[in-house]
Design a protein. Structure first.
Length: 183
């Protein structure tokens, strides 16, 4: 009667089925890597969309007129409308956008104060639109370029099993500034 050691030696020399064992060990790891690539790609796509929405909002807010904007036709309303349209076009929910934290601290062109608040008309949309902000640093008493700033942040939830960031929400932020077109 053969001993247990004999069977173990015979099993160690046998190579049939090793491909299946190797595939069973490697495929879950490859699947997790592909899932991570997809998840980070989605986050990067949302970042690009937010950046484009902020740029379009700043551009719409910097124009003295806007044919496709709201009836109010204020810089803040125009900026919010343009940013919301970009988010909707990318299938993102504009109601999930929030003020950035901390809020941008920009210098006013009007009275040179350092605290330009987010426009009250844009507060319902959760976009931080700051109008009449100084875009270029200037010497004491000199006037620089004035413009519009649009800032926002948007939540993204990673779905990466066995990772420390699984089901955690990160905030993707974006901001853009544009000079006023009447200058």
């Amino acid at each position: 009667m053969p001993s247990v050691a004999h069977y173990l030696r015979k099993l160690a020399r046998e190579t049939s089925g090793t491909e299946i064992v190797e595939a069973a060990a490697v495929l879950p790891l490859m699947f997790l890597i592909l899932l991570g690539i997809f998840s980070f790609g989605q986050a990067f796509s949302i970042y690009g969309t937010l950046t484009r929405a902020a740029q379009d909002g700043a551009r719409a807010g910097s124009l003295p007129y806007c044919v496709t904007c709201t009836a109010a036709n204020t810089p803040a309303a125009n900026a919010v409308t343009a940013a919301q349209n970009d988010l909707l076009a990318a299938n993102l929910d504009p109601t999930l956008a929030q003020y950035p934290s901390p809020r941008p601290s920009l210098v006013s062109c009007v009275d040179r104060s350092t605290a330009v608040a987010c426009d009250a008309t844009a507060s319902a949309s959760n976009f931080c639109v700051q109008t009449q902000v100084q875009l270029t640093p200037t010497a004491q008493g000199a006037s620089g370029l004035c413009g519009v700033s649009v800032s926002m942040r948007y939540p993204f939830r990673f779905l990466l099993p066995f990772a420390s960031i699984n089901k955690r929400t990160i905030w993707i932020t974006a901001s853009a500034r544009m000079r006023m077109e009447n200058q």
